[in-house]
Design a protein around this ligand. Sequence first.
Ligand code: C2E
Ligand code: CA
Ligand code: CA
Ligand code: CA
Length: 275
Amino acid sequence: AKKDGHGSYRFFEAEMDERMQARRHLEIDLRRALALREFVLVYQPQVNLRTNTVTGFEALLRWQCPTRGAVSPLDFIPLAEETGVIIPIGEWVLRTACREAAKWSPAHIVAVNVSAVQFGNPNLVSTIISALAESGLDPRRLELEITESVMLDARGTAHAVLQVLRTMGVRVALDDFGTGYSSLGYLRSFPFDKIKIDQSFVRGTSNDPVGAAIVRAIAELGQSLGMATVAEGVETADQLARVASDGCTEVQGYYFSRPMAPDQIESYLSTRNRT
Ligand code: C2E
Ligand code: CA
Ligand code: CA
Ligand code: CA
């Protein structure tokens, strides 16, 4: 038994080693990807349900790796956050999104995902200021999408940073709402412009009365607080009809469009306007 234990311990060590190696490789590849310009942003429209117009686009990161293929952000953002590579990647995302959005009609905002780790970086505000200045984008056309984890810092620095940005006119959306621990408290502590209702509540089938009740409650909350409510992940006409009757003000999802390359935006908008 002793020998077995020893053997499996060694095996465990080797496996750990392998996993650490794989992570180290991924970290190196992420830094290289940034230098080699292998990242791109794709954009997914958000549609106002009352006016049936596109209010803006969420920027979503894509990694076209020559050896790994197309890598999903779900597969590299967590490690990028742990290793801190998210800081330079996030800077690239902010600058690129502002530069690309500055070419759009001023009617459209661009929403950028900002991770909690980025809020720990003292340069975040100056990065945003310079991304706006370089691109000439009106700060009121930039929206930061943050999750509750951003508000979870005890010293409240993220809160202070958000206040500064908001004074500049930058918009703030609370992402993945309903999936965390104490979202309601955060609504009280910060005047978000928008609440994004997590896909898990939206995409339940038609016989998901609990999901529907949650969507309705959040939409009502948004209405009383003067915040827009976006239903995320709407894929079908049926889901669209339900979130509309539940009172959501905006919708984002495959039903309207999958995320698209920046050069597709113009034709997407002109096709929409013609129909
Ligand atoms: P998220 O912020 O919640 O973004 C929404 C995700 O849902 C996107 O996945 C989008 O492509 C997907 N989606 C939109 N509509 C539908 C639909 O109708 N059906 C389904 N099944 N999915 C839909 P994506 O692009 O793979 O991004 C995954 C997550 O990665 C994002 O979740 C966000 O947390 C993170 N992420 C993406 N880009 C960035 C970035 O630039 N910075 C940071 N920090 N995180 C990012
Ligand atoms: Ca988001
Ligand atoms: Ca989300
Ligand atoms: Ca998410």
